[in-house]
Design a protein around this ligand. Structure first.
Ligand code: ADP
Ligand code: MG
Length: 421
């Protein structure tokens, strides 16, 4: 197939890498891609979605896969479909599950999917009144997309009210904060689950845990994610079954009733409280770096799965997973997540060790390329992935690979997957 991948991160690199490793040959294109995706395929730069759809028609692209939420919320899937193209991802209407937390919470409530008790409002009085009924900590969320920064866990009522005021006045997040969710704090452990959906059917991938904080022991500021591992032993068959019955099935049914059947990746942020999966949020695409560890765990064809999901034929295939574990360690640049860093040359040791060669690899994210030299020029630069028969083995291998990557200012956590060890 000729396959176009939208996005430029490690997530998109890992999808392309999995496709490039398939037995069947494919031709890959990236829009815009990064300095390393150019070794998996061809990077193109057409930012207007209508122009991109025309290009895809002329190029006879068989399948387009959308990585990040931005293009989905902007309706790229609708534009491609209107042009008769096959594309994997939710429509603009379905992407509201991520694009608007108010839409998502109201959807959960309407279809009786367990979620934290909440109020959704644009009124400061109403928000304050509800806040007074809760015990601290209190969770305040901006409605719209805030790049992972729109949620405040307030330690007391005053802090919650400041957060509410700043959001509703437009001060903290502009239009994205003009409606807020105020909700009860859930105390439990967090999981990410990913279901590849075709509107009617779905395939549930292995549950993952990510590490949002910058520093070891979950300290420091929040980031896009500093590492992840899967499958997590914190999930047993019973919990998978509960997520299917109580979250995924009612969501697919509900979205059909809403006239927006869900096609694409449904990322379910879950808090497990007393053994019960409570939905924190949905995203409508893979998490990053979760994608980087889930892709190498798939032993059946990834491109076929995405193709079947885009053509409502998921029920025809059987998706197979490796019995191994995967651990991904993010290497970030010096000033991440505060500000950008000076581009630094990346030097990779030659891999001689058979174990490293066979059981580790790198998914590239914030890198650029010039005359054959790779430079670290984004916040999260790359992800070292290790595979193994145990989480510990996978983790040790990922860290062996980290030891072979050098660039000025590189930083990474040393405790990825600690929850499972
Ligand atoms: N009700 C809640 N109780 C406890 N923690 C929460 C709650 N809602 C969100 N969180 C925490 O805040 C993080 C971000 O919230 P989330 O709803 O996932 O928004 P986003 O990913 O868009 O920032 C979650 O991963 C979780 O750790
Ligand atoms: Mg989240």
């Amino acid at each position: 197939m000729k396959i176009l991948i939208l996005g430029s991160g490690g997530r998109e690199y890992s999808i392309g890498r999995a496709i490039a490793n398939e037995e069947q040959e494919h031709e890959l294109f990236y829009m815009p891609g990064n300095g390393a995706t150019s070794s998996l395929g061809t990077n193109i730069n057409i930012t207007d979605y209508n122009a991109l759809a025309t290009w895809a028609q002329e190029k006879e692209i068989d399948l387009t896969i959308v990585g990040p939420e931005g293009p989905l919320v902007d309706g790229v899937v609708d534009i491609f479909k209107a042009n008769g193209l096959t594309i994997f991802g939710p429509s603009q209407a379905a992407a509201q599950l991520e694009g608007s937390k108010v839409y998502m919470k109201n959807f959960l409530a309407k279809y009786n999917i367990p979620t934290a008790r909440y109020i959704e409002t644009a009124s400061i009085e109403e928000a304050f009144k509800f806040t007074d009924t809760l015990t601290a900590p209190i969770v305040v969320k901006a409605d719209g997309l805030c790049g992972g920064k729109g949620v405040i866990i307030a330690q007391n009522h005053d802090e919650a009210k400041v957060a509410i005021s700043e959001m509703l006045s437009g001060k903290s997040f502009g239009d994205a904060g003009l409606k807020v969710i105020v909700e009860e704090f859930l105390d439990g452990y967090e999981l990410s689950m990913f279901a590849v959906c075709d509107g009617d059917d779905y395939i549930l991938l292995q549950a993952a845990q990510d590490h949002k904080r910058l520093l070891d022991n979950d300290e420091g500021p929040n980031t896009g994610g500093m590492g992840a591992y899967a499958p997590t032993p914190l999930v047993d068959e019973l919990l998978y079954q509960k997520v299917k019955d109580r979250v995924i099935c009612p969501t697919l049914e509900g979205m059909k009733k809403e006239g927006a059947p869900f096609e694409g990746v449904l990322f379910i942020g879950i808090m497990v409280v007393n053994g019960e999966p409570i939905t924190l949020e949905f995203n409508v695409r893979f998490g990053d770096p979760e994608c980087e560890i889930l892709m190498p765990l798939m032993t059946s064809s990834v491109s076929d799965m995405f193709y079947k999901a885009s053509t409502n034929k998921l029920s025809e295939i059987k998706v197979e997973f490796s019995s191994q574990y995967a651990v991904g360690v993010v290497m970030a640049s010096e000033n991440y997540p505060y500000k950008s860093s000076t581009p630094a040359e990346i030097i990779l040791d030659d891999v001689h060790h058979e174990i490293i060669e066979k059981y580790t690899h790198i998914s590239y994210a914030g890198v650029s390329e010039e005359e054959g030299v790779l430079y670290a020029d984004g916040g999260r630069v790359l992800v070292c992935v290790g595979l193994g028969d145990t989480i510990k083995e996978a983790r040790d291998r990922a860290y062996l690979r980290c030891g072979q990557v050098h660039f000025a200012g590189k930083k990474f956590r040393t405790d990825i997957a600690y929850q499972a060890l």
